[in-house]
Design a protein. Structure first.
Lengths: 480, 138
């Protein structure tokens, strides 16, 4: 079924309200992207989200929009705190999947001669791939519950990283309202062995080089300079988060029925924010978000350790610090101005990133003059981008922007394209060292599997919902 | 005919299974799930685990059955070799799953499945038995 769209300008399209929709859809894509989108089902999903009770403003989609379970990936939707709903499908299975960017004082010339060794060390030191974990990290159930309550703070208190790291994490690394009592034994068990692991698929750990600066002033404030070595970590809440989502989808299927909410798709199941079910999911989601913050914090500690070993300097000398850490699968209670009124809203961001503007109280003090850093990974063979949030995003998209490139090829199509090629050698020829624990992952994650992330960030910048600060290029990539 | 094939989706994968009986359908779906995770053929049926799951309907039952297998793999490192469905109704299933503990030297896991989803899931009765399509989140 084709979805009616009206072009507003070069990068905005409206899906007019019709049928059961309670509001319009608003899609940020260029003409070429729209042509592709109209052959897919993601626009129908934007429309489906618009039917949910209590939605405030349009059902929004970012330029990296693609089909997801229930909500589209790249979807943003805000719901009234009193009249609105919360939906696990609006967050996704990997709760608080996110990206962390670390800076160093190292330049590419200092690192290049030891890049193979560094890649080996990171691959050895940070568990990746299915079933892999650090044998020296054993969590009791009591300790795991503390992780769920404290998030990255738990990691710092246990010797993984520094107190100042916390200042540069969304929510300072601890999402409030977490209640471990609502987490199932099954979720706890799935999570126990997976804290401090990267996982597989599109998750990665990358050593990058700052290739180009787009906004000098913002780059200075963020501590970025050309030729600098940075590190990107992309992972989430692992099995614990997947199980929390799964447990609550089941609960929400029943809740939606109980509260008489009509669902165009089972995966959109939801409950009123102020219902017992809604509150329970929010408390459980916060636990999973905190698990993910702690996960990225542990990996940060092991990255520092790896750099120290390979470069033979202390991490104080290397000055490895956290630039920022963002969530791109989350629902947050936030205060926004909407049609001249101050509203308390639950903003769902599924494959979308918070992008708060300069001056916002939740933007860390250090960055308050330029806006909240936003981290947009591309694919393993091309580049990633660092952006900052804008006033435009705050006014138009509830302070949200895109999150990545988005797949264009199925895994099967990617494997077919990779057949007979030596992907490792191809990347090496472009100066990128790869370490992957699965051959399948390597083939399925080739550059061609993804959209060019530059197209995505260009739309974002043109629409004024994000500002490009720097482009990063991979030097070494660790995949699961 | 009892069979399964894997379905392709831009970001994820699915299983299309057919079975002459409901038990055969659930068995084929489990084989499909394992195929997504690993192409390994060297899995010894040396341990047996009894699995019992419930659901509000056949669809939820199937999701719960496949989710149980994921749980056994992730939490107990149990890699399944064979699935014997002893009893299946619309609301509950009892099965014996034979397999062994994951051995990194011999076993090679290709993909991590985050979850079994409810997307477009429908267990249907056909002229020759049963069929279902189920998608997983990767």
């Amino acid at each position: 079924m084709s979805v009616k769209v009206r072009q507003i300008d070069a990068c905005r399209w409206r899906i007019p309200r019709e049928g059961a929709m309670r509001t319009d859809g608003l899609v940020f894509v260029d003409r070429a992207m729209m042509a592709v989108l109209q052959k897919e089902k993601a626009l129908e999903q934007v429309r489906n989200v618009a039917t949910l009770p209590g939605i405030v403003g349009p059902s929004i989609a970012m330029p990296d929009i693609h089909w997801g379970y229930g909500f589209p990936i790249g979807g943003v939707a805000a719901f009234d705190a009193e009249q609105g709903v919360i939906s696990p499908g609006g967050v996704g299975y990997d709760i608080n999947c996110g990206v962390r960017l670390l800076r160093t004082e190292l330049t590419v010339d200092e690192v290049r001669p030891r890049i193979e060794k560094l890649a080996d060390e990171l691959f050895r030191n940070v568990p990746s791939g299915v079933g892999s974990h650090r044998r020296d990290l054993k969590l009791s159930v009591a300790e795991e519950r503390k992780v769920l309550t404290k998030g990255a703070r738990w990691a710092v208190e246990n010797g993984f990283g520094r107190v100042e790291d916390l200042e540069h994490i969304e929510e300072k690394g601890t999402l409030a309202g977490a209640d471990p009592e609502v987490i199932s034994d099954r979720a706890l068990e799935r999570g126990r062995n997976q804290l401090g692991t990267l996982g597989s698929g599109n998750h990665f750990l990358e050593v990058d080089l700052v290739e180009e600066i787009g906004d000098q002033q913002a780059a200075n404030v963020l501590g970025l300079f050309p030729g600098q070595v940075t590190v990107t970590i992309h992972t989430g809440s692992r099995g614990l988060g997947y199980q929390v989502c799964d447990d609550h989808l089941r609960m929400m299927l029943h809740a939606a029925h109980k509260y008489g909410i009509e669902l165009p798709d089972r995966q959109l199941c939801c409950a009123p924010l102020n219902s017992p079910e809604g509150k329970q999911y929010l408390a459980a989601m916060a636990c999973a978000a905190n698990f993910a913050f702690a996960n990225r914090q542990l990996i940060t500690a092991w990255v520092r350790e790896s750099f120290e070993r390979v470069l033979g300097k202390s991490s104080d000398e290397l000055r490895i610090s956290v630039i920022y850490d963002v969530c791109h699968n989350i629902a947050k209670m936030e205060t926004h101005q909407f049609e001249g009124q101050t509203r308390r809203l639950c903003v769902h961001r599924k494959g979308a990133t918070r992008a708060f503007p300069p001056g916002h109280a939740d933007t860390p003090e250090l960055y308050r003059s330029v806006g909240q850093p936003v981290l947009i990974p591309g694919d393993m063979g091309r580049y990633s981008y660092v952006l900052v949030g804008t006033q435009g995003a705050f006014e138009e998209t509830f302070g949200s922007t895109c999150h990545g490139a988005g797949r264009v090829l199925s895994r099967h199509a990617a494997k077919k394209l990779a057949r007979g090629r030596n992907i490792e050698a191809e990347l090496a020829a472009r100066g990128i060292i790869i370490r992957a624990s699965s051959r399948a992952t390597l083939a399925e994650e080739i550059s061609e599997s993804y959209k060019d992330v530059l197209d995505v960030v260009n739309v974002v910048e043109q629409a004024g919902i994000g500002k490009i600060v720097a482009r990063l290029r991979p030097l070494a990539v660790v995949k699961g | 005919m009892n069979s399964f094939r894997l379905l392709e989706h831009t970001a994820d994968m699915g299983i299309a299974a057919e079975g002459e009986t409901l038990a055969a359908l659930f068995q084929q779906a489990a084989l499909g799930l394992r195929q997504i995770i690993t192409a390994c053929t060297d899995i010894q049926p040396s341990q047996e685990i009894l699995v019992e799951v419930q659901g509000q309907d056949r669809e939820e039952l199937l999701v719960n059955w496949l989710s149980e297998l994921l749980f056994l793999l992730e939490s107990r490192q149990f890699l399944p070799a064979a699935f014997e469905i002893d009893n299946v109704t619309d609301y509950q299933l009892r099965a014996r799953v034979r397999g062994e503990t994951l051995d990194a030297d011999r076993h090679y896991l290709e993909r991590e499945i985050k979850a079994v989803t409810y997307h477009q899931i429908k267990v249907e009765e056909t002229a020759s038995g049963w069929r279902v399509q189920v998608f997983v989140d990767l």
